[in-house]
Design a binder for this molecule. Structure first.
Ligand code: FES
Ligand SMILES: [Fe+2]
Length: 403
């Protein structure tokens, strides 16, 4: 066992099964439904930063695997999460992606809700028998704010609080004063025609960086290190190489990088990435914090989503550095999107025998292991009958809990 973390008790075994998930798991519609329930709905999902909703009445909406979400800052200054679903006939109560309001007015028949989700009143109330308004508030969603980042969870799951989940990194991330940061360009989204796991597989290892990401290679060189997933979190550390960069953006980024004065020296020359199972990453640089994540739309369509935040009193130099780091990131995202497409395509080839992973790709293995624990049918190599997948997985889960 090789010790690989300064932060946690993490090691990589000398001998391990170097296979990835079987190819059918990237194509099965039934499995995707199980993944939504067992991974996306019952694990914490990072939705935004509290500064995306800076004023009372600010809201944003988001569709998480067909479930409509509304996040809003109420009159008490509390950020709350609800299903964006009218209690009358199920319309979206908020049609826009973001905005500000003094009340939530359903665009279908005009039922009005207060900012705390309680029903203020139905339109033409005399057309209904008398009912208790308390029974018709917007349905609440569990919401937790950690370091200024807003997380929601639709169903209770294996993770405790976000605070508890992220505790191994709380001291390090506390140095960045993320809660004081403000948005830059808002939340971005992009669709890509692959299974969501192909996106995560690519992002969970840095073995591809020297070949596929010339800019990052120029920035970090060999000073890049992935820690695997343990207890739902992972980390990647990348400190700037001492070599002169060839890439224009990297060369100038290194020149202009201007860390905030509150950042301890050891974080001033590095980019660090904190993975949150199953689908999100918080990335910090000396100038910014960002999150990015992926959500399945169908077995072969995925929504990429993210946002970048900056220091409130950003200096001119930090602004330049942020512009340059954005250029580096944009190249990286485009390169990764192509890699995910090629990786996902391989799942359709009869001749592909599956992954054969390097020690440097142990992050992929540890993510797959986390998924296998939640969805044991992922361990089955040969594709089961599609209509039996749900039943078989349930039986396997029951057998595990009996042991
Ligand atoms: S569906 Fe909202 S008022 Fe009718
Ligand atoms: Fe990459």
């Amino acid at each position: 066992m090789e010790k690989v973390s300064n932060f946690r008790d993490v090691s990589i075994p000398k001998e391990w099964d170097r296979k990835g998930l079987p190819s059918w798991t990237y194509k099965s519609k039934q499995l995707l439904e199980i993944e939504k329930e067992s991974l996306f709905f019952n694990h914490w999902q990072l939705i935004c930063h509290q500064s995306d909703l800076s004023s009372i009445g600010d809201f944003l909406t988001f569709d998480l695997c067909n479930e409509r979400i509304l996040i809003i800052r109420d009159n008490e200054n509390i950020i709350r999460a609800f299903y964006n679903l009218c209690r009358h006939r199920g319309s979206r109560v908020m049609a826009n992606k973001k905005g500000n309001c003094t009340a939530i007015v359903c665009p279908f028949h005009g039922w009005v809700y207060n900012l705390d989700g309680t029903l203020r009143g139905a339109s033409q109330p005399k057309s209904f028998p008398k009912f208790n308004k308390k029974d018709f508030g917007l349905k609440k969603i569990e919401c937790e704010i950690w370091n200024g980042l807003v997380f929601i969870r639709l169903n209770k799951g294996p993770q405790k609080s976000v605070k508890c989940l992220m505790s191994p990194f709380s001291e390090e991330l506390g140095n960045y004063k993320i809660d004081k940061m403000v948005p830059t360009d808002g939340i971005w989204t992009q669709r890509t025609e692959v299974n969501w796991k192909s996106v995560r597989d690519v992002d969970n290892e840095g073995y591809h960086v020297p070949m596929a990401h010339p800019s990052l290679q120029d920035l970090y060189g060999k000073n890049y290190f992935d820690e695997p997933f343990v207890n739902g979190i992972s980390k990647t550390h990348a400190s700037f190489s001492g070599k002169t960069a060839r890439n224009w953006s990297v060369k100038n980024y290194k020149r202009f990088s201007s860390p905030a004065s509150h950042l301890p020296d050891k974080y001033k020359n590095s980019w660090n990435y904190f993975g949150i199972f199953p689908n999100a990453v918080i990335a910090v640089t000396p100038e910014t914090v960002q999150f990015y994540q992926e959500f399945p739309i169908s077995t072969d369509l995925t929504l990429l989503r993210g946002s970048i935040y900056r220091h409130k009193n950003e200096t001119r130099q930090q602004r330049v550095a942020r512009y340059l780091s954005n250029r580096i990131d944009n190249h990286t995202v485009a390169e990764d999107v192509q890699l995910t497409i090629w990786s996902n395509e391989s799942m359709n080839s009869k001749s592909f025998e599956g992954f054969y992973l390097s020690d440097l790709e142990y992050g992929v293995k540890s993510h797959h292991d986390h998924m296998r624990r939640q969805i044991p049918i992922l361990k089955i190599e040969k594709q089961p009958d599609e209509h039996l997948i749900y039943k078989l997985n349930k039986e396997m889960l029951e057998n595990i809990s009996l042991k």
